[in-house]
Write a protein that binds this ligand. Structure first.
Ligand SMILES: [Zn+2]
Length: 550
């Protein structure tokens, strides 16, 4: 035993010193000068950044169908010297783009998918879809990759000139709304050689947090029942209704809900309830998300649901099969990297909002009847003008949403940079969250985020002690008592057929609205939208075309 631990100590010391010796070191004065240069360069690139934000907004692609988005982004990266590997983890719209050489290897990611039925004209302060019923960026996932591209290209220029060693790996969060890809990236080994990861996500302030973020992990499962069809009036006794099984499973789960802890969240949609009433449904499916605070509790929900599915099967004489469509761990983020990033956030500061930006924000808040304070009791009034503080871990959490970046965070030291491209107080996953996403609010917020990210990346490449302390936190604090066990099995497959039909229905019409930067300075200009478009004072009716809100 003693010899073993001595060997382990020597090995870990060697590893640490190896990382330190192979990395570029730089005096503090020089780092400060390079940071100022990065801030200036990224500011100069603001038209390029705006074009990327507007372009991805105009694609509006749902999870696993991000064809145009991925093509557009990888084209830019290829033109800038990156080597692109497409279709990673068996996901056609996924990729990894690599530039540089040697250690450290830093992964930079952000989500790219959008929300069903969230099509919305940017800059218009009420519900007005570009295309009725079409998907749209009602989560703001059009902005994170443009931020990353701007930050990384500015940094790459400096790395080349200053001979800074290291590798940049860019990758997309495909189908984040289905929690559909990141656990597969981990399972299939794509993060094995990564030393740290920076992820970016849209928000309404420039901020970062560390430790347990208080969210839930989850597993997404579709239960399919197969029965026997029959004439619903002529011979109903010969039918075995798959829809009955779905309904009985849901009833069972909703009774079970009474006896679950308050931190759980579970919700479902019936994706197939049969074809028409006079045919006993031979096929029916229900799609569940099961969310909880720990792996063990999520697994318990999953096991309970399978039992309930079997119960419904017995009651109806049908056959049940189930398929995992996605999963996510509860997130835990790296303290040393977050602290460093927060110093850089302070150096960058919030964007300066114009009177028009604030007018739009307040009009949208009024339109959707936004609450007056957020969950941390801070006032909601227009866009944030005070920088958020470094967010410590949640002490007590009642649970909440999930993000599969968490699976990366349990395998590699990771932080999530949140940047101010959206309006505070909105419901999320909603058309209202798309309003700011191709306007000066998003453009300025993304530029600010790109600066904070580039400065933090520079720190990672030229301050070897940062990654050493990141890994020390990861090993000695984060994973001391909690070990990552994947929620997906070795045989589960990414649900790459999701959303295929919806995109096939809407894409031909959506294509007519793809952004054309050669012809129009901005997407607002292309759509002929005056910024901001507000309801005339004293009226509740929309000024232009009738609102389609319902
Ligand atoms: Zn998101």
């Amino acid at each position: 035993m003693k010899l073993k631990s001595l060997v382990r100590l020597v090995v870990s010391l060697l590893c640490i010193s190896q990382m330190a010796f192979s990395q570029t070191k730089m005096p503090a004065k020089k780092i400060d000068a390079l940071k100022k240069e990065l801030i200036d360069d990224i500011e100069k690139e603001k038209v390029f950044t705006q074009q990327m934000v507007d372009m991805v907004f105009s694609f509006g692609e749902l999870g696993f169908q991000e064809v145009e988005t991925s093509k557009y982004l990888t084209d830019i990266l290829r033109k800038n010297g990156f080597t692109v590997q497409e279709g990673i983890a068996g996901i056609p719209t996924s990729w990894m783009a690599t530039w540089g050489s040697g250690k450290p290897v830093i992964a930079i990611g952000s989500d790219i998918d959008c929300i069903p039925k969230a099509s919305q004209k940017p800059g218009v302060a009420w519900h007005e879809p570009i295309i009725e019923g079409a998907p749209g960026h009602g989560e703001g996932h059009n902005s994170g990759q443009p931020l990353n591209v701007t930050a990384v290209l500015a940094l790459k220029k400096i790395m080349e000139r200053e001979h800074i060693q290291g590798t940049l790996v860019m990758w997309p969060g495909v189908a984040e709304e289905q929690l559909g890809a990141k656990a597969y990236y981990i399972r299939d080994g794509y993060f094995k050689n990564i030393d740290a990861c920076i992820f970016t996500h849209v928000a309404s302030n420039l901020s970062v947090s560390y430790g347990d973020g208080g969210g839930n992990g989850m597993i997404s499962v579709r239960f399919n029942f197969s029965g026997e069809s029959a004439h619903s009036a002529g011979a109903p006794w010969r039918g075995k209704s798959a829809l009955d099984a779905v309904e009985l499973m849901n009833v069972g789960w909703n009774y079970h809900r009474e006896h679950m802890e308050p931190t759980q969240r579970s919700h479902y949609v019936v994706v197939d309830g049969g074809d028409q009433p006079n045919v006993v449904p031979s096929q029916a499916s229900v799609w569940y998300y099961f969310r909880e605070r720990t792996y063990q509790k999520i697994k318990q929900m999953y096991d309970d649901a399978i039992k309930m599915g079997h119960g419904a099967e017995l009651m109806t004489g049908t056959k049940m099969a189930y398929t995992v469509l996605g999963s996510a761990w509860p997130g835990h983020f790296n303290k040393p990297i977050a602290e460093t990033m927060y110093q850089n956030i302070r150096m960058v500061g919030l964007p300066v909002w114009s009177a028009d930006d604030q007018l739009l924000a307040r009009a949208v808040q009024k339109e959707i009847n936004s609450p007056k304070t957020d969950q941390r009791q801070r006032p909601i009034d227009g866009l944030d003008t005070k920088l958020d503080s470094l967010t410590p871990p949640e002490k007590v959490s009642m649970g909440g949403g999930s993000d599969d970046i968490a699976d990366i965070s349990w395998n590699v030291p990771t932080v999530v940079l949140r940047y101010p491209a959206n309006i505070p107080g909105l419901p999320g996953h909603n058309w209202a969250n798309a309003i700011s996403m191709a306007t000066p609010i998003a453009h300025k917020g993304v530029t600010a985020g790109a600066k904070a990210e580039a400065l933090t990346l520079l720190d990672m490449f030229v301050k070897p002690q940062l990654l050493d302390s990141a890994w020390a936190y990861f090993k000695n604090v984060q994973t001391k008592d909690t070990k990552y066990i994947p929620l997906i099995s070795a045989t589960d497959k990414p649900a790459i057929d999701l959303n295929k039909k919806i995109m096939a229905e809407f894409r031909p019409e959506m294509k007519k609205y793809y952004y054309q930067p050669e012809q129009y300075k901005t997407y607002l200009e292309q759509l002929g939208i005056k910024y901001p478009t507000l309801k005339p004072a004293g009226t509740t009716k929309a000024a232009t075309a009738a609102s389609t809100d319902n």
